[in-house]
Ligand binder design. Structure first.
Ligand SMILES: C[S@@+](CC[C@H](N)C(=O)[O-])C[C@H]1O[C@@H](n2cnc3c(N)ncnc32)[C@H](O)[C@@H]1O
Length: 225
């Protein structure tokens, strides 16, 4: 009898093809789509201990201000995590790359001054659970910096996003969804959204299902239910 070797992936997130695509595409987007400027704005003014959730290949690391004493960088996907470890070596601040998922952050409660979610709440399996975890690990008064692509304002694009989310998009884009109302989810999680702005990414050229983005700051209130 011929037995096929069945290799079962151990990782909670296993998207090796998308990971390799993202590793290349995201580097190009830094300059060509203006992502480097967005990352710099996202992280400006942060200080203390920061948890960055779903760091991918670690492109945020170069943009952390020197006032940040440590970044705990969570990444569940093995290939991207290896690239993040390399980025961490080049970062100007201490970065500890750790395997884990947003839905069950492998860190103590109230241990961080700030949390960062960039292009990740579109992909997590459970947005509510992930945001509850971010609330848990932030100290009272700690801040969440977010940059996420979200549901479009206009009906035609929102309908396209819904159709894509029900069919091919999550399959080919590593579990990503285009039509999530992430701002509402952040507010439902108990954060106070202090400021945000809508951003079109890229600013020029053809409009993509991921072009409607939000960039902002939300604060964990001092009282958690
Ligand atoms: C589009 S990439 C964004 C990476 C990075 N934050 C950035 O700004 O370039 C989405 C990332 O979320 C990670 N991811 C997927 N599911 C996750 C989960 N449940 N918890 C944490 N990260 C997750 C993926 O492995 C990937 O690195």
């Amino acid at each position: 009898m011929h037995l096929r070797s069945t290799k079962i992936p151990k990782d909670a997130v296993y998207h090796p093809v998308f990971a390799r695509f993202y590793a290349r595409m995201s580097v190009a987007a830094e300059t060509r789509a203006g992502m480097a400027a967005i990352r710099a704005e996202l992280l400006a003014g942060l200080s203390g201990r920061i948890i960055d959730v779903g760091v991918g290949n670690g492109l945020n690391f170069a943009h952390y201000p020197l006032a940040v004493s440590e970044v705990v960088a969570i990444e569940p996907e093995r290939c991207l995590r290896q690239l993040a470890v390399r980025s961490a070596l080049r970062a100007g601040i201490p970065v500890d790359v750790v395997p884990g998922c947003a839905e069950a952050l492998p860190v103590k409660s109230e241990a961080f001054d700030g949390a960062v979610a960039s292009l990740v709440l579109c992909t997590v399996r459970n947005v509510e659970r992930s945001l509850a975890e971010i609330v848990r690990v932030l100290r009272p008064g700690g801040e969440l910096r977010f940059f996420e692509h979200v549901r479009a304002d206009d009906r035609a694009m929102a309908a396209t996003q819904r159709a894509l989310d029900r069919t091919v998009w999550p399959l080919v884009c590593g579990g990503c969804h285009t039509s999530r109302d992430t701002l509402a989810a952040i507010e439902r999680a108990g954060f106070v959204v202090e400021e945000y702005r809508r951003v079109r990414m890229p600013e020029w050229g053809i409009r993509l299902p991921t072009s409607s983005c939000i960039l902002g700051v939300a604060r964990r209130t001092t009282v958690v239910d």
